[in-house]
Design a protein around this ligand. Structure first.
Ligand code: CP
Length: 335
């Protein structure tokens, strides 16, 4: 495997093989598998899980890793293209990325969306500009519209819990948050669940529709796998017989890049906080999923997050296992 950028680049059979490997590595550790291998980790955006789980994954497989982020660089890293560097930063990302990559056998890169222009972000301009600088095997640790490591871990979580692939219903629900957040998790989760063959309902208020090209990509994946994709702003309709609610806040697509208009719209929506009554007409054992970090009492109530429906810690641990499988395939040779 040369790159892990988007779950859409892999067949369902290849994903199943990765998930089998993740399960095997959990039950039967291979502490020598990546002995002597080094993973470079470049974080241009903040992280807790991705950073810690990649470091833990490499250590468990016998390899090593190092982390670079702009705050850690004493030189400061300039990311803007075509800039005259007469400010604080003494190093440009165009040199930094190839240098960092040259120290590793693979590199993971996190670069969130700029969130100024939706076409720009949907075309993954930032992330691609960085990966175009290197030939080193590369892992997307979250870009503008993709979070494949989260998606692989979530697919594993759904499998672990016995949530049906065909016939399973996943509600991808917008939730309130005081800030406009990226589209990477909702977009790629929608695609993951559709590709898994699930019946996916996107539950969102007006103004927060996911972009049509992303809906079409998910619909095509669902069609190929026997699933379906619908959208609504009706919570009761969406939650009917749901096996899973996957909550996430995201930016208004109607006012993308317009902070004031986005804030005005979302300020009316603070009741979009997942709470027990949301589950009234769902399956009795309907699960609550979230990629974390999550704001308690804002995105979800304490009762749901601390209750038996919540599988967020299971999801987070699966990040490490899923990434161990990706690293094993990328750096460890054939299965
Ligand atoms: N879910 C996730 O990617 O978490 P971090 O932002 O903490 O890495």
């Amino acid at each position: 495997m040369k790159a892990f950028n988007d779950l859409a680049d892999f067949s369902n059979e290849e994903i199943a093989a990765l998930l089998d490997l993740a399960g095997r590595l959990d039950l039967h550790p291979e502490p020598e598998a990546l002995r002597g291998k080094v993973l470079a980790l470049l974080f241009l955006s903040p992280s807790l899980r991705t950073l810690a789980s990649f470091q833990a994954a490499m250590t468990r497989l016998g390899g090593g890793s190092f982390v670079i982020s702009p705050e850690m660089s004493i030189h400061g890293i300039e990311t803007r293209p075509g800039i005259v560097m007469d400010g604080m930063a003494a190093e440009h990302i165009r040199e930094a990325v190839p240098v960092i990559a040259s120290y590793g056998d693979a590199i993971g890169i996190r670069a969130f969306a700029q969130r100024r222009n939706i076409e720009h972000d949907m075309n993954e301009i930032e992330y691609t500009a960085l990966t175009d600088l290197i030939d080193t095997p590369c892992i997307n640790m979250e870009s503008a519209m993709n979070h494949p490591c989260q998606n692989l871990a979530d697919w594993k979580t759904l499998d672990d819990l016995g949530v049906p692939a065909n016939g399973g219903k996943l509600v991808l629900s917008w939730a309130y948050h005081p800030k406009a957040l990226p589209l990477a998790v909702p977009s790629s989760t929608l695609h993951m669940a559709a590709k898994r063959g699930m019946d996916v309902t996107v539950l969102r208020p007006g103004g927060f529709e996911l972009p049509q090209p992303l809906m079409q990509k998910a619909r095509a994946a669902a069609q190929a796998s026997g699933g379906s994709v619908t959208e609504t702003d009706d919570r009761i309709e969406a939650m009917q017989d749901a096996h899973v609610i996957y909550a996430k806040s995201w930016s208004s697509t109607k006012h993308y890049g317009d902070k004031i208009a986005d804030e005005d719209l979302r300020s009316e929506l603070i009741d979009w906080c997942v709470d027990d009554p949301w589950f009234d007409n769902a399956k009795e054992d309907c699960r609550f999923m979230h990629c974390l970090p999550v704001r308690r009492g804002v995105v979800v109530s304490d009762a749901v997050l601390d209750g038996p429906r919540s599988v967020v810690i299971h999801e987070a641990r699966n990040r490490m296992l899923a990434q161990m499988a990706v690293l094993h395939q990328m750096l460890g040779g054939p299965l």
